[in-house]
Write a protein that binds this ligand. Sequence first.
Ligand code: WT7
Length: 630
Amino acid sequence: MKINNYNDYEEAYRFSVQDPEGFWAGIASEFSWKKKWEKVLEWDFKKPDVKWFIKGKLNITENCIDRHLPLKAKDLAFIWEPNEPLGEARHITYLELSQEVNRLANVLKDLGVKKGDRVCIYLPMLPETIYAMLACARIGAIHSVIFGGFSAQSIKDRITDSQCKVVLTSDGAYRGAKQIPMKATVDEALLECPSVSHVLVLSRTKQHVNRVKGRDLVWEEECEKRSVVCAPELMDSEDPLFILYTSGSTGKPKGVVHTCGGYMVYTAYTFQNVFQYKAGELFWCTADVGWITGHSYIAYGPLLAGASTLIFEGVPSYPDQGRFWQVIDKHRVNIFYTAPTAIRALEAAGLEFVTPYKLDSLRLLGSVGEPINEEAWHWYHTNIGKGNCPIVDTWWQTETGGIAISPLAGITPLKPGFASLPLPGIQLMIVNEKGKEIKGNGVEGNLCIKFPWPSIIRTTYGDHERCRTAYFATYPNLYFTGDGCKRDEDGYYRITGRVDDVLNVSGHRIGTAEVESAIDLHDEVAESAVVGYPHDIKGQGIYAFCIVGKTQKPKEEIIKDIYENVTRLLGSFAKPDKVQLVKGLPKTRSGKIMRRILRKIAEGELSNLGDTSTLIDPSVVEDIIRDRIV
Ligand code: WT7
């Protein structure tokens, strides 16, 4: 599975295109299967219908845990660093991981959770959060992790969509200087979730929580009573492993479904090769486990490789902006994987937060979630990597399951601002608006993938047609990423950002449609249009144009309500940066909002608004420009 040098990369890439089945069968053979697959791949992007390692039987937790026990029982699976620098770190070995996962799996079983049932996980960054995911996988339940920053409404929507039976949560969470209620938020969500029979509550902050008789249970008490042995459920390669909700350009978030066999093979393969992990190293991915980055590179990828990972409960700015660097020195982190938005925020804080730390344990840096601008790349390389750590700029998506375009650490020559080259197994294609392939180098267009890889999205939970229209219908026989990209003269890829109505705000993926629906619930708002604009720290900021008619209410009050509504309905990370109340929006005769014009206004590019002659009422544009927020 390990690619060791550039020649290996090129050879592996060629082989992966000539004989994809042979290529992936070789990698899959390195895992423990209860029954070998009968056929490597069947696929049809029209439906879409993709199956990998057909009729293979396995349990991913055996590969994450049991497989390592004979030789590595005492090796560290996790170091957990708490929110408070003075708090005590926890060290968890593979043996302890095994015991804790099995106890919790037994609890879930006794609560009536069976193979195929859905379980919701709403927890802070704790080792128990990973135990929860693995406990589900152990018994064949499908986990649906919901990021701890989501509102009660968002939790309700997600639990309802996948009909979760059990919720795993904690009393509260520490995040920087804040103490956040978790259980109370779950309680509010569950007022309208009849599918949920039980809630298991872990104690973290010891804050007071309500206890609903017959429904709520104390996590620690339940685990204590259970055995540390739990036989793994026999799973088919194509059985769902988890659902993870993500925003698209239309409607409510989609439940992206990943399956046991393909996801296992791909996350392990990418973890090994992109980061070139060596035994004994400590890997730290700063993402929250509520996003795909946390699923693939805090939980599954590293555990499949038998690696040691740092789990961090806190935030980069608490107690000060040097916290990341202090943690790196404290635990001697070797590989550090974070998001450009964090890098830019910490750069803005000033070097005085970096210089007190040695950072000499670092071997490799990573970036994920949004394009990294060259300026931030150089700052990261020079000040954090001290000029001698490669940076892997990893491009991928919730739907790809794992890293798809990235340098391989120490192997691929680097170019700041470029995710560089596709991993072996990933066959990219750039197309124009009409779906025609743009060949050659020095070109730009929409990024597609033309051949399946093992962890490609299988479906959107409960609505397969949505999966087809969102990813496989724009261009026939291609998976469309929603991103634009350039391929330079050397064949290197630079991702230029979304070409659909999806925003990337501080690495959080937000559908403009979702923000608009939340804004439109306001009585005084007739209609709204949300667009992104470049933001120095967040990558993109959110600009909302809202039509408000004649009203007695003061403007400031309406704007304040809009902020509150979005926070309550979606979460504070989706709160617009700018809200402008307008009389009308630029619409075409067919009633379509011309977002292109709004985007230009939000970006401050007023001289170049393009053709406005097709608008019903071009004067609305002048009004909007006059009152725009800078
Ligand atoms: C979108 C996917 C995959 C992990 C986190 C985000 C953007 C992701 C990069 C990168 C430029 C990137 C894309 C993509 N993106 N990584 N290295 N360079 N853009 O997962 O929430 O599913 O978002 O994030 O626009 O489509 P996600």
